[in-house]
Design a protein around this ligand. Structure first.
Ligand SMILES: [Zn+2]
Length: 241
């Protein structure tokens, strides 16, 4: 959530007051996923611009620093100003998070080349560069297909179709995602993605890489460990017999 899209903030009115500092309807707090501790927690206002200065200079945006109730880190949010009176500045309730939580993934299971590219893809996503993210997804996906070997792209395609089905995403919404991942055309022909589409692409991409690499890697590793312990037990039995 980059803007305060949750239900609470939709109803919230926020204002800077010359005499009372920060005002919000029925004292509702802002809640979001903290970029430091990744916990969804309430944010308490920590540093508020001086209303008198804002009223005088009438900036388009103001920055407020909140403190995460969970880890106490400072979280910087930017609000657009809505209206000014002699004593008060009303702010639009949607805010922009200047630092976003980092997207996580079990990178160690990916082929090296794919890992490098997908790390950069997630970094683009975390900084709201959704089309750079789409381009890097295309490159990550191509490298993944190559690593899977013959029939790899088809296998990945089947995984993505299953994901679409499980998630119940309609074909129209899914078309740009499919185009990014599977079209053979030049990168210049990639569709422009908005925030929502990029979010879908992110989850589909993570699922595809999980199914193609992480699942196999985890299972193989777990079975190796099991086999190791079975061998140890057999040796113990043999030596005690
Ligand atoms: Zn936190």
């Amino acid at each position: 959530m980059v803007t305060g899209g949750n239900e609470r903030s939709e109803r919230m009115t926020l204002a800077l007051d010359r005499h009372q500092e920060l005002l919000s309807d029925d004292d509702e707090q802002i809640g979001l996923e903290c970029p430091y501790c990744n916990v969804y927690s309430h944010m308490t206002p920590q540093s508020i611009p001086k209303a008198a200065d804002v009223i005088e200079t009438r900036p388009k945006h103001v920055g407020l620093v909140y403190q995460c109730d969970s880890c106490h880190a400072p979280v910087f949010l930017r609000f657009a100003t809505k209206s000014f009176t002699d004593n008060r500045v009303e702010l639009y309730r949607n805010f922009v998070e200047l630092e976003r939580p980092k997207e996580r993934f079990a990178f160690s299971y990916l082929p090296k080349h794919t890992e490098v590219l997908f790390r950069e893809a997630l970094s683009c996503y975390s900084t709201n560069n959704f089309n750079a993210f789409a381009s890097m997804c295309r490159r990550s996906a191509s490298s993944a297909y190559a690593a899977l070997g013959e029939g790899g792209k088809l296998r990945a395609f089947e995984e993505v179709m299953i994901a679409q089905d499980i998630a119940g995403i309609d074909d129209e919404a899914f078309a740009p995602i499919k185009s990014v991942l599977f079209d053979a055309g030049e990168e210049e022909l990639l569709p422009l993605l908005n925030r929502v589409q990029a979010g879908i692409l992110l989850e589909v991409m993570k699922d595809m890489l999980y199914q193609c690499f992480v699942r196999r890697g985890k299972l193989t590793r777990a079975l190796k460990v099991r086999r190791f312990f079975v061998q140890e037990d057999n040796q113990d039995l043999a030596s005690s017999a």
